[in-house]
Ligand binder design. Structure first.
Ligand SMILES: [Fe+2]
Length: 446
């Protein structure tokens, strides 16, 4: 398998790749790197209309949510698009943490409207809603047919979708760069997704000025999601540690750690470690906002290639099982656990568990986050660094604070173990007992 020497350590020079003699003859030898063309910078969203015109669409559905409308962002983008002669119809009912029903309502609007293209203006929820609306409007069918098996039918979209321009207004999911759309299925108490390369937006416009009004709590949750995307990707099972697929069709979208994904993840870790505290502390800090916004996209490309695993697998039931917690700083129309916080709470214990699979990579993540050489590192070093960051940015203490107790561990494990698509990417095999231990250790992180 390939391994990494010295990457991320300040002053250590270039990373060296080497193949170990342990590579198996029937193992994967190929990895891919795909990314959304991005336009980044303060003021970039002023060019949204121009971008859309370049994409050759005359009539679009713009997907947004009430909070972004209230922040006067959606209206401004509509004006810019119309100024270029492109007709826009706005769907502003995206729900934070979408459900199958909220996706369906948007998809119905998309089918009725027969649009030429799509624009998403909002957080990951709006971007994911646009992806699914585009999928159903282009190819028809039921949403559940496309949802990942075993929850849904696992059907692949038969061809490319209509053009989609993504304009994120949070610095978190990296949804502008990824091939997934995440949804909650309340009836089954499960959160899952639709994933296929055709879901990747055609272009992204990433403008940190759109995030200036984001409350500190939202900044915290989104930023910790970025850190987890990058850390999980960097610590995922290497791409050449799994069997070669029979056909390119069967190559998973989450391929495992590879040299290209590592570069994107490493830079996102540096930004997260250096700028997240500042962005939470002072929302007007444009430099910190910019680094987190760019970090979200960088991490999106990294995890879009390598993949996330244990913390994200645990996050699905943590967010999906109980709907009792009303998060501070978020719209108070329904209780829920914000995605980034649902992920970060189990990250310290998850990385303590994965440590033995590749201590060097865990050390590298610790060094990238702190920007310093870490002396005498062990399995508690990276968890300790993550816990300090969580405390500093006001994250929940652990799973208990989100409404769970030891009595819920069985149900949480049942939800997490269903996420095999993610768990196969963990660098160490993880079973139900391991997940139970990780969740138990994550009840209170400090
Ligand atoms: Fe995430």
């Amino acid at each position: 398998m390939y391994s990494l020497k010295g990457a991320g350590t300040k002053g250590s020079g270039t990373a060296h790749w080497e193949r170990k003699a342990t590579a198996m003859p029937n193992n994967e030898t190929i990895f891919t790197m795909e990314a959304t063309p991005l336009k980044y910078g303060p003021g970039a969203s002023e060019e949204a209309g121009w971008e859309l015109k370049q994409m050759g669409v005359g009539r679009v559905m713009l997907v947004s949510d009430p909070g972004v409308v209230k922040a006067n962002i959606t209206g401004r983008i509509v004006e810019l698009i119309e100024a270029e002669g492109v007709e826009v119809e706005v769907w502003d009912r995206s729900r934070v943490e979408p459900t199958d029903d909220s996706f369906q309502a948007a998809a119905d609007f998309a089918v009725d409207g027969d649009f030429e293209g799509f624009v998403a203006v909002g957080g990951g929820s709006s971007i994911d809603t646009a992806k699914v609306s585009d999928l159903i409007a282009t190819h028809g069918g039921e949403i559940i047919d496309y949802v990942n098996a075993p929850v849904g039918g696992g059907k692949k979209p038969p061809g490319p979708l209509k053009p989609l321009l993504a304009i994120p207004t949070t610095a978190g999911t990296g949804a502008e760069a990824t091939t997934v759309a995440i949804l909650d299925i309340p009836e089954q108490h499960v959160k899952t997704g639709i994933s296929h390369q055709y879901l990747r937006p055609d272009r992204g416009v990433v403008d940190p000025l759109l995030t200036l009004s984001m409350p500190p709590e939202v900044t915290s949750s989104c930023g910790l999601d970025v850190v987890c995307h990058a850390a999980e990707s960097y610590i995922s099972k290497p791409y050449d540690a799994r069997p070669k697929p029979e056909s390119p069709d069967d190559r998973p979208p989450y391929q495992g750690a590879n040299p290209i994904a590592d570069m994107w993840s490493a830079r996102a870790l540096e930004y997260g470690g250096k700028y997240l505290r500042r962005a939470v502390e002072n929302g007007e800090d444009v430099e910190a906002r910019g680094a987190m916004m760019l970090g979200a996209s960088l991490a999106g490309v990294g995890f879009g290639s390598a993949g996330v695993h244990i913390p994200h697998a645990c996050a699905y039931p943590i967010a999906g099982l109980k709907h009792e917690w009303q998060p501070p700083g978020y719209p108070d129309d329904h209780p829920f656990v914000p995605h980034g916080w649902s992920v970060i709470v189990t990250a310290p214990a998850a990385f303590r568990f994965t440590y033995e699979a590749d201590p060097d990579r865990h050390h590298s993540v610790a060094e990238l986050l702190t920007g310093e050489k870490v002396e005498k590192a062990d399995e508690n070093t990276l968890p300790g660094i993550l816990i300090r960051l969580m405390r500093d940015v006001g994250a929940p203490k652990g799973v208990r604070e989100l409404g769970y107790s030891e009595d819920d561990i069985g149900d949480l494990v049942e939800g997490a173990i269903k996420q095999q698509r993610l768990l196969v990417g963990a660098p160490r095999e993880v079973g139900e007992v391991d997940l139970a231990n990780i969740i138990r250790e994550s009840m209170e992180n400090w």
